[in-house]
Design a protein around this ligand. Structure first.
Ligand SMILES: [Fe+2]
Length: 500
């Protein structure tokens, strides 16, 4: 980390103090404290004058200090005063927060209006979804950390929304937001309120709440790219919830697991379940499009952009487990896993740049909804139930020694197109060399006992993540596949949002 220095203040000022002549130099009094300043080669009056000036944030001395145009002794003096904690930042940041909050509100309203257009066309079809989502956003969630009894929207209790992928996704993003960015929940409420206002309908339980700017200041603390990502993903999942594409494509009969088992038995059950599901799902839009690509198309580029966004956040998913009091062995392995993944986004970014993309544009692009969900859901699982996380991670790290012909085709394409091929190859090799396909089994080998309920939840989670993974690739094909010239995802100028 770099060292703190005086030039980092925006509008510094010396705290108000009394200046008087001391025995040798000057004495400055702050409250009950008196501090003696001694100096050589400068007249006492001159120092006293500068000290007085420093109390005024608008003083010319601060400006000249910032420009490096002050005598060395003034810099030394301010550094000393700063070391004594006598310099304060007087810019409360309120102006920039206010304008950020206004921007955030405008973004919420824009997304709200877009969603309202979609909803307005078929209001009758959307009413139930909007009621459920509204309920989810406002529900009292004091016991949200308790081990859930059933996978969300999976049982009969969920009525017609049982097996709804979009609502399951919203459930995980909401759980993620409550823990990691509660401001987003507020932004989503605003979007929903906008929709209700535009379509002239709201659920009976909704009370109109004109969100004041004051409350929006917290939303302004979010990174603007993250805010945009969560607004767009929210709108996307609400939009697809009542459609056929919003329903689950995979399901498992987990009711039959009524006895506890060992961690390794769970691993084997999950492997069988996932391989079966993969077979039943067959080919997908992404695989077909990818295999048809014979040069570096926007689809190939898009794959690396989204992969960059995933990798950029990947190690976060381990965060909740790193602070848990787990057995030594498991803890050591988790830290090793963290270390083995940390910083890998540099490989993906380097590939994007080698493929001709602008680094800053890649960084500022807004991840697709499914890309965000992918990380959010893993983070929630890691927090909620370690066995569910250990089981689900096999989706990302490779199922046993499954080789993906699609992945190999893309890697070969990129390798032959670029001299940067070694970057891509290096990353692929890293995963295998580090034996990451063994991770699920290694973790679960250290879990001697899994209750029946934990087992069911873990299997449902793994299957859900398999579907998230596949849908994420499909959304890459859907968004980038049609493009002839690469366009990034997002709402700002030059970008475009995902439309279903
Ligand atoms: Fe890995």
């Amino acid at each position: 980390m770099e060292r703190w220095d005086i030039d980092r203040y925006r509008r510094p000022a010396l705290v108000p103090c009394e200046v008087s002549a001391g025995i040798e130099g000057l004495t400055i009094g702050v409250g009950d404290d008196a501090i003696d300043l001694s100096f050589e080669g400068v007249a006492r009056d001159e120092v006293a004058e500068v000290v007085t000036q420093l109390m005024r944030p608008a003083s010319d001395i601060w400006v000249r200090l910032g420009e490096g145009a002050c005598p060395a002794w003034i810099r030394t003096l301010t550094v000393q005063l700063d070391a004594l904690s006598l310099i304060e930042e007087t810019d409360s940041g309120i102006d920039s927060i206010t304008s950020d909050a206004q921007r955030a509100m405008a973004l919420c309203d824009e997304v709200g209006q877009r969603l309202a257009v979609v909803v307005g066309r078929r209001l009758a079809m959307y009413q139930d979804v909007l009621s459920v989502v509204h309920q989810m956003l406002t529900a009292d969630t004091h016991d949200r950390d308790a081990m859930p009894s059933a996978f969300p929207f999976s049982d009969e209790g969920s009525g017609k929304f049982a097996g709804n992928f979009a609502l399951q996704s919203l459930h995980f993003q909401l759980a993620y937001a409550r823990h990691n960015a509660p401001e987003i929940v507020f932004a989503w409420q605003r979007v929903l309120a906008d929709v209700f206002q535009h379509v002239g309908w709201h659920p009976a339980t909704a009370v109109s709440d004109d969100a004041p700017l004051e409350r929006f200041r917290s939303v302004a603390s979010l990174d603007p790219v993250d805010l945009e990502m969560y607004l767009l993903s929210f709108a996307h999942f609400v939009e697809i919830a009542p459609l056929r594409v919003g329903r689950r494509m995979t399901s498992a009969d987990t009711e039959r697991f009524t006895e506890p088992c060992s961690g390794l038995a769970l691993a084997a059950r999950a492997e069988r379940l996932l391989l079966n599901a993969l077979e039943q799902l067959g080919s997908n839009a992404y695989a077909a499009a990818a295999l048809e690509s014979h040069d570096i198309t926007p689809l190939v580029k898009g794959l690396y952009i989204e992969q960059y966004h995933v990798t950029d956040r990947f190690v976060e998913i381990l965060g909740p487990l790193l602070s848990r009091r787990l057995k030594r062995n498991l803890r050591a392995r988790l830290f090793q896993y963290f270390q083995e993944e940390y910083g890998h986004e540099a490989f993906e970014l380097a590939t994007c740049v080698a493929l001709g993309m602008n680094e800053a544009e890649v960084r500022a692009s807004v991840p697709l909804p499914l890309t965000a969900l992918y990380i959010d859901a893993y983070t929630v699982l890691a927090h909620r139930l370690p066995t569910a996380f250990f089981t689900s991670i096999m989706v990302t790290e490779g199922l046993r020694d499954q080789h993906s012909p699609v992945h190999e085709h893309i890697a070969a394409l990129v390798e032959s197109a670029l001299h940067a091929g070694d970057i891509v190859a290096k990353h692929g090799e890293t995963n295998d060399e580090l034996n990451h396909p063994s991770l699920s089994r290694l973790f679960l080998a250290d879990v001697p006992h899994v209750s029946a309920a934990e087992q069911r939840y873990s299997l449902e989670s793994a299957l859900f993540m398999l579907e998230v993974n596949m849908r994420q690739l499909e959304s890459v094909a859907f968004f980038y596949g049609e493009q002839t010239r690469l366009q990034f995802h997002g709402l700002r100028e030059g970008r475009r949002p995902l439309e279903i």
